[in-house]
Ligand binder design. Structure first.
Ligand code: CMC
Length: 392
């Protein structure tokens, strides 16, 4: 009934009004709550950015301390969830584990299930999710090594605690390298929100049915997994490794990406909204050089990435289609340098995007948005009479 506008892939359709993230794809501008991403990446911390996205303003000293304290009170995860986690095969994909574990939080913390939660109750669910995410992500990393999990410590800040649980060992007095803490903060800030992308739209649409926060975010994590979205960071490194194993013939692989009969795409290139450059890619490229230098790492894969970028940026195919390196082109190289296995990369994207998903879910609920329910244009059979099975 009525008039339906068709926009497959929602290329030109706005689904909401939002006050969280501003993005100008032509000019390459990205701002969270009005603050340019360049300033936040340089000066802020991930926890402060999370606060900014979720509550709308940069925190005062008291506010951030209180936020950190509240989170530190909830980093432990119910031990029964650990039993469930122990059941995953040790070689199962980290994203498969993450979706299962975050989804299960709704079963372990059922107070989140009431759609008439008060603002304070909603806030407690938000804090729990932010807190438990770091612990769960570190568990998944430890499992990939077959190592025992490390319990959180209240003396650390958000990112340091995550790195401690991830890279720490039970017996040693751990000091986390400040270079790594800083690198991780920058990476997580750059991923923290990106307006109505595939996973965030998914979180909003699931939440619009008044599904609880844990379930809504789990749907977002599933959407993120695909190689056209967050899965691109894993796909980039796999692509670069393949090119390296193939003798580093970058021209051959760029030609494959241009060939319309070949499904291969240059992973980490192109973006639905950025048609000039991805401002996050600029920051990350520089961060990548700095971190590899500080850690004294010489990675051949980085040389291949740079060569590909150089060739593609001069190639008419990429110029005409406005295809530039996106945030994921370089993020994987940094994660690798920090010691994360490739299959963990998309989980780290999820850790970064979590405050964005939460802020968008909260905004949608506070604005009392109606249930999301797109229409379609039906192109199937019209009238057919049922045929008995003997006569088909
Ligand atoms: N390599 C080769 N050709 C490409 C690429 C690529 N990476 N990306 C787009 N094209 C071509 C595409 O074939 C099409 O050509 P034509 O007009 O001749 O048919 C044209 O460029 C437009 O592409 P599109 O698929 O219509 O663009 P889209 O807006 O639907 O897709 C995209 C955007 C990011 C999914 C796509 O560029 C892509 O698949 N990139 C590789 C995956 C990737 O890096 N994803 C991470 C995105 S950034 C992180 C995040 O926020 O998730």
């Amino acid at each position: 009934t009525g008039y339906v506008t068709l926009d497959v892939g929602y290329k030109n359709t706005g689904a909401t009004k939002s006050a969280i993230t501003f993005l100008d794809g032509e000019a390459g501008i990205l701002k969270y709550r009005g603050y340019p991403i360049e300033q936040l990446a340089q000066k802020s911390t991930f926890l402060e950015v999370a606060y900014l996205l979720i509550y709308g303003a940069l925190p005062t000293k008291d506010q951030i301390q209180n936020f950190q304290k509240q989170i530190n009170n909830h980093t432990l995860v119910h031990e029964d969830l650990k039993k469930f986690f122990d059941g995953y095969p040790s070689n199962s994909h980290p994203m498969g584990q993450l979706t299962g574990l975050i989804s299960s939080l709704s079963a372990f913390y059922p107070e989140s299930l009431h759609s008439n939660q008060t603002p304070d109750e909603i806030n407690e669910t938000i804090i729990k999710l932010l807190a438990k995410m770091t612990t769960i992500v570190s568990w998944i990393y430890k499992k990939s090594l077959g190592h025992p999990v490390i319990y959180p410590q209240k003396r650390f800040d958000y990112v340091t605690n995550f790195l401690y649980m991830t890279f720490g060992q039970r017996t040693e007095e751990v000091t986390i390298d400040p270079v790594i803490v800083e690198a991780m903060n920058v990476l997580l800030i750059l991923h923290a929100d990106h307006e109505q992308n595939c996973s965030t739209s998914t979180v909003r649409i699931v939440g619009s049915s008044e599904a609880n926060l844990y379930s809504s975010v789990t749907a977002g994590i599933s959407a993120l997994w695909g190689p056209l979205h967050g899965g691109a960071n894993q796909a980039v490194i796999e692509m670069l490794e393949t090119i390296k194993a193939d003798g580093g013939d970058t021209d051959k692989w760029i030609n494959k990406a241009k060939d319309k009969n070949d499904p291969f795409r240059l992973m980490g290139f192109g973006h639905r909204v950025y048609k000039n450059f991805d401002p996050r890619a600029k920051i990350i490229k520089k961060a990548c050089d700095d971190i590899l230098e500080k850690l004294g790492i010489d990675d051949e894969v980085l040389d291949i990435a740079k060569k590909i970028e150089e060739i593609a940026l001069k190639d008419p195919y990429f110029i005409e289609r406005k295809l530039y390196p996106n945030v994921d082109f370089y993020s994987g190289i940094i994660y690798r340098a920090l010691g994360f296995p490739t299959e963990m990369f998309t989980v780290l994207f999820a850790l970064g995007r979590l405050p964005g998903w939460i802020a968008q879910w909260k905004e949608m609920r506070e604005n009392k948005e109606p249930i999301g329910r797109p229409r379609q244009i039906y192109i199937g059979e019209t009238d057919r009479d049922y045929v008995d099975i003997e006569n088909r």
